[in-house]
Structures are given as C-alpha cells and as structure tokens.
Write a new protein. Structure first.
Length: 202
C-alpha cells in the first residue's frame, strides 16, 4: 500500500504450440520485480488478470503489448474501464499525431528495449527476481541472421516482458497511489487526465 507500480505484459501469438503470456509487476520507484505471471489463457482472461493485478497494485500502469492478440487484451481492458493504460503518440508529419494504446514491438522498438535490458543487466542488482527469466536469458542470443532471439526450441516471452517493463520504468511518470484501498471500483486514482474516446486509439 502506498507504492507506485508498473505492469508490463507480453502477449502470446495464440498458436497451439506457440509462446506464452508473460507479465511482470515492478515497483516503479525501485525498479524491482515484485510479481510475475507466465502461462497460457485467452485474451479475455488475460485482460481480466491484468485488470485485477493493476487494481491490487494501486492502479498501476499497465503496458500491454499490442502485437497480435494484444489488441484484444487492450480492448477488454478498456471495456473494464481501466484508466492507467500505456499510450503511444505516433508522429506522422504532416498529419496530426495519433495515439495508440499498448506497446508496439517493431524492429526499431525491439532493438531499443533490448539495448536497455543489456545496460540494466550490467548493474550489480538489476532487480529481476524471477529465476525462470534468467533461465530464458541464457538461451537468448544473437543468431546467425543477426536477430537477437531465443534459440530454436526455446522461448523468450519473459525476456521481452522484462525488456518492455524496464524501458517503460524510465519513460512513464510515477502514479500517485490512492490514499484508500481502491476496493471494487474500476476507476483509477492515478494521473489525472480527461478521458478520451478510447475507441479510436487502435
């Protein structure tokens, strides 16, 4: 209670034998990972898990990846009325900037967050508390084609989840925690802002 938190969420592609959903909760002030989820569920159920995680951790920032099924996760979070969702501003001159909910993992943004992850991992205590995440990192290498990813047969969901979270810890402002337990209310008590028309943010 009283802390500021951020939740990063890597979303599975949805293949039968594919990757996993992975989410980490970070103390926004210290950068320490305080909780972790890894598993497979529908986008609907994953959104509800993130929703209740966010409420449990003082209406934390939720940074869901919007690639693939991430759009469905984000849409459900909006239906649930979760306020503190990560929003990107896309600049496309000469047009007006557009806003899109969720983190888009592109070749450019992927390189950005992985470079930051390497920098954090050089610190005496990078703040990662999940042993399974370290295990995935050991099978995450630069491949022959030059792309940094998991070795064949291995997974990197935890690595990407952590990379997104550690990057956003540096770019998002702290959310002031509510004075009282948020209870069952879906509305946040974090950064005050005028609610936009969220249906246009995809």
């Amino acid at each position: 209670r009283g802390g500021s938190y951020l939740i990063s969420a890597d979303v599975a592609e949805g293949l039968e034998h594919g990757d996993f959903d992975s989410a980490s909760v970070f103390n926004h002030s210290t950068g320490v990972q305080v909780a972790h989820f890894h598993g497979k569920m529908s986008p609907y159920d994953y959104a509800h898990l993130l929703f209740w995680l966010g409420k449990r951790y003082n209406m934390a920032w939720i940074v869901p990846e919007r690639n693939n099924h991430g759009i469905s996760v984000i849409q459900e979070l909006i239906v649930l009325g979760y306020d503190n969702l990560y929003v990107e501003t896309i600049v496309e001159p000469p047009n007006k900037p557009r806003k899109r909910f969720g983190w888009l993992t592109s070749e450019k943004s992927r390189a950005l967050i992985l470079d930051n992850l390497k920098q954090v991992m050089m610190q005496p205590d990078p703040g990662i508390r999940s042993a399974e995440t370290y295990s995935e990192m050991r099978s995450f290498h630069r491949q022959k084609d030059g792309r940094e990813e998991a070795n064949s047969g291995a997974f990197d969901d935890r690595v990407m989840d952590i990379a997104i979270g550690l990057h956003c810890l540096k770019t998002l402002p702290l959310i002031v925690a509510p004075r009282k337990n948020p209870g069952n209310s879906s509305s946040g008590r974090g950064v005050k802002s005028k609610k936009p028309d969220k249906s246009a943010y995809f």
